[in-house]
Design a protein around this ligand. Structure first.
Ligand code: SAH
Length: 366
């Protein structure tokens, strides 16, 4: 059996489960904005580029998979957009003589994701069959040549793991006193970039096996411009602010120096250039389009911003620091953003994060 089929259990930090006040389900409107912004692009891509006639397998059923689905509800919106677009295509003139196939949607996330909440909140009326698929999307998840469309939103910024060298005290890449690569020394930035590129290579290679020829992949990935100055505002600036809360707490003796030194967020925001390089290195996919999306709701309140960040990152922090200091960390963050309004405008006019949608198509093997 090939290496890729060895199912590993990598590090995982699922979003906050359940549907309570701190849950991802209740606090992911920012991410939802991204999925909403991609709706038109997905519709157009499927209508124009998902060529049912040239797919390598006959279509009795259409298999769609959402990778890194979390607990909902954003994943339901994303897959519904895809299913609706394919139905629309079938109803169009070219295909009206064919029966609309059945849809099977696979919802994938780490095994530690709160799949119960996901399953309990499926839309009561849906025109697709559903199944959960636990496991890391950095490895194989599906049989060869079975999936027609992959979707993934807000998930490919999570690394498969924290790069080893940044937690090693004897390495030049030791990331002392920092929780991320933002404004860290160049060895740290390079270690993160290498980890990201390796992960993406595994991701694309696994998907290249699983997609049918002619199948498509829609990836929504937060990125940054190729050139950014340390004074530029991006999504990473938020992580730096969070870091400053922990540094303050360390100075007050609420967090130990060793604990602060050893935490690193497994998150990466590639530049457009890095992303293009990753896609171009993989020969199974043609890049059909890369577009920048923009959010409808750009202004957020300090509470919403804090809850959004907390629902995503609490898992990492809690595992490292324990639950006791969580309220304090995020209260401090909330106060800091409230007193600095620049953090509350997530629009492109204010910050340089690029919300990219990437459309890839699977080519035949060389
Ligand atoms: N797609 C949803 C959720 C994004 S949150 C949305 O747009 O709202 C990111 C999700 O990716 C989390 O649920 C996290 O557990 C998942 N994730 C991160 N790394 C993963 C991996 N290697 N394999 C599978 N899921 C992963």
């Amino acid at each position: 059996m090939e290496d890729k089929m060895n199912i590993e259990f990598p590090e995982s930090y699922p979003m906050a489960g359940g549907d309570g006040a701190h849950s991802y389900a209740q606090n992911s409107k920012y991410q939802r904005g991204y999925v909403e912004a991609a709706k038109e692009m997905i519709m157009e891509a499927i209508v124009k580029k998902f060529d049912i006639k040239t797919l390598s397998t006959p279509l009795n059923s259409i298999f769609v998979a959402d990778l890194g689905c979390s607990t909902g509800p954003n994943t339901f919106l994303a897959v519904q957009n895809i299913v609706d677009a394919i139905e629309l295509k079938y109803q169009s003139e070219d295909y009206c003589t064919r029966e609309i196939p059945e849809f099977q949607v696979f919802f994938n996330d780490h095994a530690s994701n709160d799949f119960n909440t996901l399953f309990k909140s499926f839309p009561p009326k849906r025109n697709y069959l559903a199944a959960g698929v636990p496991g890391s999307f950095y490895g194989r998840l599906f049989p060869k040549a079975t999936i027609h469309i992959f979707h993934s939103s807000n998930s490919l910024n999570w690394l498969s793991k924290v790069p080893n060298e940044i937690t090693n005290k004897t390495s030049p890449a030791w990331n002392k006193g920092r929780i991320h690569y933002t404004n860290a020394k160049k060895e740290v930035v390079e270690a993160y970039a290498t980890q990201y590129a390796m992960g993406m290579e595994s991701f694309l290679s696994a998907r290249g096996e699983e997609l049918v020829v002619g199948g498509m992949m829609v990836l929504l990935i937060a990125a940054v411009p190729d050139v950014i100055l340390s004074s530029d505002f991006t999504i990473c600036t938020h992580l730096e602010l969070l870091e400053s809360c922990l540094t303050d707490m360390e100075k007050m003796g609420l967090v130990s120096e060793a604990k602060l030194d050893s935490i690193n967020l497994p998150l990466y925001f590639p530049s457009l250039k890095e992303l293009m390089a990753v896609f171009e290195r993989n020969r199974r996919f043609s890049i059909e389009s890369i577009q920048e999306l923009s959010l409808q709701d750009k202004q957020v309140s300090p509470q919403t911003l804090t809850l959004t960040l907390r629902a995503g990152l609490e898992g990492v922090f809690e595992k490292h620091f324990g639950n006791d200091i969580m309220d304090e960390v995020f209260d401090r963050y909330s106060k800091k953003v409230a007193s600095t309004p620049i953090y509350l405008n997530l629009g492109h006019e204010n910050q340089k994060t690029l919300l990219l949608s990437v459309l890839l198509k699977c080519k035949p093997n060389d």
